[in-house]
Design a protein around this ligand. Sequence first.
Ligand code: CDP
Ligand code: CDP
Length: 204
Amino acid sequence: RQTTFTVAIDGPAAAGKGTISKRIAERFDLAHLDTGLLYRAVGALSLAGQDPIEAARTLVPSALDREDLRTPQVAKEASQVAAMPEVRGHLLAFQRDFARQEGGAVLDGRDIGTVICPDANVKLFVTANAEVRAKRRHAELTGKGLKIDYERVLSDVIARDQLDEGRQDAPMFKAEDAILIDTSEMDIETAVAKAVEIVAAHLD
Ligand code: CDP
Ligand code: CDP
């Protein structure tokens, strides 16, 4: 196998990117980076009063282990700071280095196949309709004990999609050479199996 092998997985919130990426990484023994965590970490520091550009410039890996990164407030702030070109610029080298590591890597986010790794060996765009995604995210959050309305999760998801698709710098969209996986009517095991099959076909 090639020493570097990059799998790029993009798509909107709660489409299944993270779960699929984790399983691909395990199955093919690749390192995995959830790039959303970088923006969530900057978002959390911004909510705590730091300048987001400075937070991105000085971000340390331990900031990705914070326990409060999965909240809806942090997701919203992440999306705001992710629209700032200077924030994205400071996070670029770390992601590219991670992608090029010996042994290969899978990265999931919004702009992996388009900006971070335009030459990735495999590109997937994982999506689902907003109602299905909001239902999944709502179940996840309430499962963690958070009290939040489905309607609120849905409107947050839609607002974040619009911000991520509409920004000037590195907007979310499917790269021309990315393979679309629509999980609207697919359970997670079927989605993982499909992704595994695609990646396997690209490995020699
Ligand atoms: O887990 P979920 O899909 O809800 O979100 P996430 O992947 O953790 O990403 C949080 C936010 O970070 C997104 O809404 C984007 O605004 C931003 N993001 C980005 O701009 N580029 C990436 N490669 C990954 C995340
Ligand atoms: O990373 P991303 O935000 O795209 O999604 P995720 O964290 O992988 O998935 C969000 C939730 O939806 C998880 O609880 C998944 O198990 C669930 N999911 C599902 O039930 N069916 C799918 N086809 C995809 C995800």
